[in-house]
Design a protein around this ligand. Structure first.
Ligand SMILES: *[C@@H]1O[C@H](CO)[C@@H](O)[C@H](O)[C@H]1NC(C)=O
Ligand SMILES: [Zn+2]
Length: 533
């Protein structure tokens, strides 16, 4: 009897559980479906209520276009290469100092602009606003470039600035002389037209970004810190306009970097007694270290896709995907484990899923018949936003799990804090508006940089660091970054000049409108022809 009633009770329990699970599933799917068709985060500019300011239109004459191009090419031709932190081409950097003065005579002679050279080759500009109650902002770019050799297979020599089919080829054309020259050229044209900013701003041009920025950006940050400067936001290089790069996305996307992955350089080493190779021990330093390195490669860091700000990227872009991708992107909260598994298959998307582990150096051995007494390997890790440097080190130690292998941190830092990208985020919305003023067809979304920029040196001067320039990347272009045939189209460089020309002026509103906007207002008011080149 007792057995019978237990069975009935069990059956009832199963039935209720099934019903509530089905109910839960229906609710989940319903929420997911609602999000799919309502999640349209590309709103919030509320242009109808945007503060009206007088805008100087960037009508650039034919002669000016020739000049801005000549200036840009001259900048590309100077090989401001950073080989290492202690090996910069200082001859080229000194030449670059002179070029800036020659190319931007008004910037360098205007009473409005305060200019100072920091650490010999970095340049800090301050342009005070007419309203000192408005918090200033800062634009960053860098002068130095990574090495390039023509013999690697460039279509034109990497410091020639040769123009082929409407593109200018050369090291630095997309990293980062396009921003650097674009910012100063935009300012030059504004000053030429008697522009007086309402909101003050700084421009900081570092000369050693490619080798950590410890001389340039770090010292400029120190100068600003000593003066008690606080910034509304900082805009540096980083992400770009991606056109045809994100598969399945309808139209181009401008990704504004709101964070950067962290970084760790870790040294693994093994020391054993030396000996003759005729009587080897069972395991050598090389074997022990190789096994440790293999364990690291075999056990990647945990999948964290969806727990960092990459979630915001997908939610902002979701409405530009067709079904079923739109359904999935709108519901990262539900699908992140699935998406993480798909994305980890390719190295470029895997970088967004986890902390990546790259074994980059392995040194050992002195002679062919001597047991190597010492072996060392270096591992470069890029830390996902949802992890800390300490957590990563702990994981490495537990994966290596061999007390004969010494694990040391050479240098590293935590992922950068996530900057605001909501409707009240001044810098983000100003950058977004400037992008849409020029390119109304683009979807603007927050993104995460997998590499690092100079901006981290200024992290204590502002809450919001953004990393973006309106450089257009089409398929194949991301590989040109630090790679072969780095290039930019003449049209795109002119657009950069216009972008900064407009950005300076867009920053002159005192505050953002109250958030209530919709996309419709936006589509009707942007795309004014005078805002194009
Ligand atoms: C450094 O720059 C100078 C001047 O621009 C150039 O002539 C020289 O070849 C460069 N040196 C190296 C090693 O690239
Ligand atoms: Zn760069």
């Amino acid at each position: 009897m007792a057995g019978q009633s237990t069975k009935i009770r069990l059956w009832k329990f199963v039935k209720i559980t099934c019903l509530s699970l089905t109910g839960l599933l229906i609710v989940l799917l319903l929420v997911a479906a609602i999000r799919t068709f309502s999640l349209d985060v590309n709103v919030g500019l509320n242009l109808a209520n945007w503060e009206k300011t007088k805008t100087i239109a960037p009508d650039i004459s034919h002669k000016q276009r020739e000049l801005l191009l000549a200036n840009f090419k001259a900048a590309i031709r100077i090989p401001t290469v950073s080989f290492s932190e202690t090996d910069l081409n200082t001859t080229a950097l000194a030449e670059f100092n002179l070029l800036l003065e020659r190319a931007f005579p008004i910037v360098f002679s205007s009473d409005l602009v305060k200019h100072e050279v920091v650490a010999d080759y970095s340049h800090l500009f301050w342009v005070p606003g007419t309203d000192p109650t408005l918090m200033p902002y800062m634009l960053l770019a860098h002068i130095d470039v990574v090495p390039a050799a023509e013999s690697d297979g460039w279509e034109a020599p990497p410091f020639s600035a040769a123009e082929i089919d409407g593109f200018i080829y050369g090291r630095g054309t997309i990293d980062n002389k396009q921003s650097l020259m674009g910012i100063l050229q935009g300012l030059e044209y504004l000053l030429e037209r008697d522009y007086r900013p309402r909101r003050g701003f700084y421009i900081a041009l570092g000369h050693d970004e490619e080798v950590n920025g410890n001389a340039g950006a770090a010292n400029m940050a120190k100068v600003l810190r000593s003066r008690g400067v606080q910034l509304a936001f900082v805009l540096d290089e980083g992400l770009a306009v991606l056109d045809g790069i994100i598969s399945g996305l309808d139209g181009p996307a401008a990704l504004i970097g709101i964070s950067e992955k962290g970084m760790a350089n870790v040294k693994l080493s093994v020391t054993t007694a030396p000996g003759h190779s005729s009587m080897p021990p069972r395991q050598t330093s090389i074997g022990i270290l190789a096994a440790a390195v293999t364990r690291l490669e075999d056990s990647p860091m945990p999948r964290l896709f969806g727990s960092g700000p990459e979630r915001g990227t997908f939610e902002h872009l979701a409405h530009k995907f067709g079904l079923p991708l739109r359904f999935i992107m709108s519901n990262i909260w539900l699908f992140s484990p699935l998406l993480g598994r798909v994305m980890e298959r390719k190295p470029d998307t895997n970088a967004f899923v986890r902390t990546t582990t790259a074994v980059t150096m392995f040194n050992s051995g002195v002679k062919i018949n001597i047991i190597a007494p010492y072996a060392e390997a270096f591992v470069n890790l890029r830390i996902h936003s949802a992890q800390t440097l300490q957590e990563v080190l702990d994981l490495i130690r537990s994966t290596v799990s061999d007390e004969r292998v010494k694990v040391e941190l050479v240098n590293g830092f935590d992922p950068l804090p996530v900057s605001a990208y909501d409707e009240a985020a001044f810098g983000f919305q100003i950058i977004k508006k400037t992008v849409l003023d020029m390119f109304p067809q683009v979807t603007v979304a927050p993104g995460v940089c997998v590499g690092n920029t100079d901006s981290r040196h200024y992290a204590d001067l502002t809450r919001d660091l953004y990393r973006f320039a309106p450089t257009w990347f089409k398929p194949g272009d991301p590989q040109r970054f630090h790679g072969l045939n780095e290039r930019i189209s003449v049209k795109n460089y002119e657009e950069l000049v216009t972008f900064y020309f407009l950005l300076f002026q867009n920053c002159d509103i005192t505050k953002l409108p109250e958030p209530h906007g919709s996309d419709h207002e936006l589509k009707q008011t942007v795309g004014c022809p005078s805002f194009r080149l």
